[in-house]
Design a protein around this ligand. Structure first.
Ligand code: ZN
Length: 219
């Protein structure tokens, strides 16, 4: 059967949940795409490849490292501190990332006859990233459809869920064990550090959901 859905897949908790949802929607008709954009920690793409294989999904990695030539941030430059200052975007924000990711995914998808692009963006636990908001997603869905004269739908299963609700959602999909292989830690540590903002947010979600995180942590 031809593929129906392409999942933007980073190997993180949210995109792994989207992969599970896409497979529930289109069993055996899902592919995934990951991006090397010059992130400091290659471990996330390694985990993504591992998870895609576990899920039986073809996984494509696209080189978008030109991003590191045009922008810098704490995810791509070790000398930039991870912080969120009042009135500013977080230092971990990668300018333009979801524009490039969704545009690249759309080009791949159209060639494969795929209409549905799945992405784990979420505006509920708003982390301050403008390209994770619903208005941006609807805008680029429209733009990409016009750009390629092709009816794309950007599917965002997590848009209205809190981190805790995402964990419960994954439990209902029956794939909670996949979280043991996801990567979240901003420091690229495995076992995860448990202390960086990404680890703290992740752990808070599990605590609120009353579900144990299967991921290994330091100490
Ligand atoms: Zn961490």
């Amino acid at each position: 059967m031809p593929p129906q859905a392409l999942v933007l897949f980073s190997g993180g908790q949210d995109s792994t949940t989207c992969l599970a949802q896409a497979l529930a929607d289109y069993p055996g008709q899902v592919e995934a795409v990951g991006f090397n954009y010059g992130q400091l920690h290659h471990i996330e793409l390694d985990q993504a490849a591992f998870l895609a294989q576990k899920a039986g999904v073809p996984f494509h990695v696209v080189d978008l490292r030109f991003l590191s030539a045009i922008t810098s941030n704490a995810l791509m430059d070790a000398s930039i501190k991870i912080e969120s200052l009042p009135g500013q975007l977080p230092s971990t924000f990668v300018e333009g990332r979801n524009v490039f990711f969704l545009s690249t995914a759309a080009v791949i998808a159209k060639q494969k006859g795929i209409r549905f692009l799945y992405t784990g963006v979420c505006e509920t636990d708003y982390s301050g990233y403008p390209d994770c908001r619903e208005n941006f997603i609807r805008s680029i869905e429209h733009t990409l459809s016009l750009a390629m004269d092709y009816p794309f739908t950007v599917v965002t299963p997590l848009m209205r869920l809190t981190k805790a609700e995402t964990v419960v959602f994954m439990q209902k999909l029956g794939k909670l064990d996949w979280y043991a292989h996801t990567h979240t830690c901003y420091k690229g540590m495995r076992p995860a550090c448990g202390q960086c903002p990404a680890c703290v947010l992740r752990l808070k979600g599990f605590r609120e959901a009353g579900i144990a995180d299967p991921l290994a942590y330091m100490g």
